[in-house]
Design a protein around this ligand. Sequence first.
Ligand code: ZN
Ligand code: ZN
Length: 147
Amino acid sequence: MIHTERKHSRKRDAILRVIQSTTAHPSARQVYDVLKPSIPDLSLGTVYRNINLFQGEGAVVSLGVVDGEERFDGCVAPHPHVVCCRCGRVADLPCPGGEGRETGQIEGPEASRVGTNNREDTEGFVIDYRKTVYYGLCPDCAGERGF
Ligand SMILES: [Zn+2]
Ligand SMILES: [Zn+2]
């Protein structure tokens, strides 16, 4: 029993470590591929199950489906992403304002509305998170296209 529990948590720790130690925003399958050589009895189902648990605990966030696979991020602080339309690579964008992002440092037309007094704009909603995704080509793919 104790042995089983330990094995279980070893896999769990390994899965979480892979997601948190990379900025590649891996899919469950990519996590599985990384760990399979060192954990031969790992199953893809176990990876999915643990990622679901991590999401429930707030340790991992889903970025939604990119290039046919759901992708995950071990950095749960809100930050903008850029997705390559060709190869599906997901990268973090440096967040303008860094730690000060919660203070309403938003550029563009929204800038005047968002800040200390935006309650009426949200119709009573309490905002949990805001998702910002940019789409384009990563340096490799842009290079291929001759930019
Ligand atoms: Zn690319
Ligand atoms: Zn990210």
